[in-house]
Design a protein around this ligand. Structure first.
Ligand SMILES: CCCC/C=C/CC(=O)SCCNC(=O)CCNC(=O)[C@H](O)C(C)(C)COP(=O)(O)OP(=O)(O)OC[C@H]1O[C@@H](n2cnc3c(N)ncnc32)[C@H](O)[C@@H]1OP(=O)(O)O
Length: 358
C-alpha cells in the first residue's frame, strides 16, 4: 500500500520526536528521501568541495536519481517507522550496517559486511514460497533499498535453492481457488515489481535446484552464481500455467526464442552449465568450494563505491523498466486465468494428492 501525504507528514513529525540520534548516514538518507518526495530529482548545482555538509546532502539526494516522488515518500515513511521505538521492538528490527536481522522463520535476513543476505529458510519444503513469504520478501527488498548495505543477495537453506511457488497456496486459501487466484495475481505483481525496481545490485547464490518462479526471477537479477549441483526447471505447461517474473520477455531476449521455448513451454530442465551457456547464470562453481568462493567474492564487491554501482544499475535498468512493468502486468493477468483453468487445477490436485510428481 502506498504512503499517503498524511502518512508522510506524520512521519516528518515522528522524526522530530526521535529520542535517539539515528546517526549521520540515516539523517542523510532521510534528507534525501524528503527532498526527492517533495521536490523530485536533485535539481540544484553541486556545492563546492569545501562545503562538506551541503555536499554530503546533495550527494545523498542526487544518488536517488529518478526515483519517483511516491516511492521516495513511501521509503521515507518506512525508514522513519523502522526508527521508531515500537518498530524497534518488532520482529523486523532496525536496519543498519553489520546487524543481524531475524525476519521470520521462513525468511532469514542478515545485514553484514555491506550485504543484505535474504535466505529462504523452509528446507523441509524445499524452500517453496508461501503467500506470507512473498509478502515478507517485498518488505525486505523495500527496506534493503534504503538501508546501509551495498548489495542484496538471495540464497536458499538446505539442499534446494527454491522449489518455486508453494502449490498449496492455491488449495489452502479460505475463499477457494477464485479468491486464491485474485490474491495471487495481486501479490505476484507487487512481488515482481519489487525486483524490477530494486536499485542496488541483486545477486542470486543458487545453492541447489531451482524451480518455477525461482528460475524465472533470475532474469531480473544482476548476477547469478550457481553451484554445479543446481538445476533450473520451469514446468509451467506440466502445471497448466504460464511464465511469470517477466521471463516471457527476459528469457527469449537472453537465450533466443528456441532455447527459451524449450524451458518455458516444454519444461526442459537445465544443468548449471547449460544455464550458464544460455546466459541465465553468470558463473558455475564446484559445490565443494561454492559457498567459500562466492561469499569471498561478494564481500569484495560490497566494498565497491555503492553510489557508483546504483547509478550504473539505473542506467542499465532504466532502458527496460517500463517494458518490464508492462510485461509483468500482462503475465499476472494471464496467470490469474490459468490458475482457474481445468488444466491447472488438475495438475495442482495431482501434486497435492501425490498422484504425480514432476
Ligand atoms: C502467488 C504467486 C505465484 C507465482 C507462480 C509461480 C509458478 C511456479 O513457481 S511453478 C513451480 C511450482 N513448483 C513445483 O511445481 C515443484 C513441486 N515440487 C516437486 O516437484 C518436488 O517436491 C521437488 C522436485 C521440488 C522435490 O522432490 P523430492 O522428491 O526431492 O522432495 P519431496 O518429497 O517432493 O518434497 C519435500 C517436501 O516439500 C514439499 N514441496 C516441495 N516443493 C513444493 C512446492 N512447490 N509446493 C508445495 N510443497 C512443496 C513436498 O510436498 C514435500 O512435502 P511433504 O514432506 O510434506 O510431503
Amino acid at each position: 500500500m502506498r504512503a499517503s501525504q498524511q502518512d508522510f507528514e506524520n512521519a516528518m513529525n515522528q522524526v522530530k520526536l526521535l529520542k535517539q540520534d539515528p546517526g549521520n548516514q540515516v539523517k542523510l538518507k532521510l534528507y534525501a528521501l524528503y527532498k526527492q518526495a517533495t521536490d523530485g530529482p536533485c535539481n540544484v548545482p553541486k556545492p563546492g568541495v569545501f562545503d562538506l555538509v551541503n555536499k554530503a546532502k546533495w550527494e545523498a539526494w542526487n544518488s536517488l536519481g529518478n526515483l519517483p516522488k511516491e516511492t521516495a515518500r513511501q521509503n521515507y515513511v518506512d525508514l522513519v517507522s523502522s526508527l521508531s521505538p515500537s518498530s524497534e521492538a518488532s520482529s523486523q528490527g532496525k536496519r543498519g550496517a553489520d546487524e543481524k536481522v531475524q525476519e521470520s522463520k521462513d525468511i532469514v535476513v542478515t545485514s553484514e559486511d555491506g550485504i543484505t543476505k535474504i535466505m529462504l529458510n523452509r528446507p523441509a519444503k524445499k524452500n517453496a514460497l508461501t503467500f506470507e513469504m512473498y509478502k515478507e520478501i517485498i518488505l525486505t527488498l523495500k527496506n534493503a533499498s534504503t538501508d546501509n548495505s551495498a548489495i542484496a543477495v538471495f540464497t536458499g537453506a538446505g539442499d534446494y535453492y527454491c522449489s518455486g511457488n508453494d502449490l498449496t497456496n492455491f488449495t489452502s486459501a479460505a475463499g477457494g481457488m477464485e479468491e486464491a487466484a485474485n490474491q495471487g495475481a495481486v501479490v505476484l505483481r507487487e512481488f515482481v515489481n519489487s525486483f524490477i525496481d530494486f536499485p542496488k545490485p541483486l545477486v542470486a547464490v543458487v545453492n541447489g535446484p531451482a524451480v518455477g518462479i525461482a528460475v524465472t526471477l533470475l532474469g531480473l537479477f544482476d548476477a547469478v552464481y550457481a553451484s554445479d549441483k543446481a538445476t533450473f526447471h520451469t514446468p509451467f505447461s506440466h502445471l497448466g500455467q504460464s511464465p511469470e517474473a517477466c521471463s516471457s520477455y527476459t528469457f527469449p531476449k537472453m537465450m533466443g526464442s528456441a532455447k527459451a521455448t524449450e524451458m518455458l513451454l516444454f519444461g526442459k530442465k537445465l544443468t548449471a552449465r547449460e544455464a550458464w551457456a544460455q546466459g541465465l547464470v553468470s558463473e558455475v562453481f564446484p559445490d565443494s568450494t561454492f559457498e567459500k568462493e562466492v561469499w569471498t567474492r561478494l564481500r569484495a564487491y560490497a566494498k565497491l563505491p555503492p553510489n557508483s554501482m546504483r547509478i550504473s544499475k539505473e542506467l542499465i535498468r532504466n532502458n527496460e523498466k517500463e517494458k518490464l512493468h508492462a510485461v509483468n502486468a500482462e503475465e499476472c493477468t494471464t496467470l490469474k486465468a490459468r490458475w482457474l483453468s481445468e488444466e491447472c487445477i488438475n495438475a495442482i490436485m495431482n501434486f497435492v494428492s501425490r498422484k504425480a510428481k514432476l
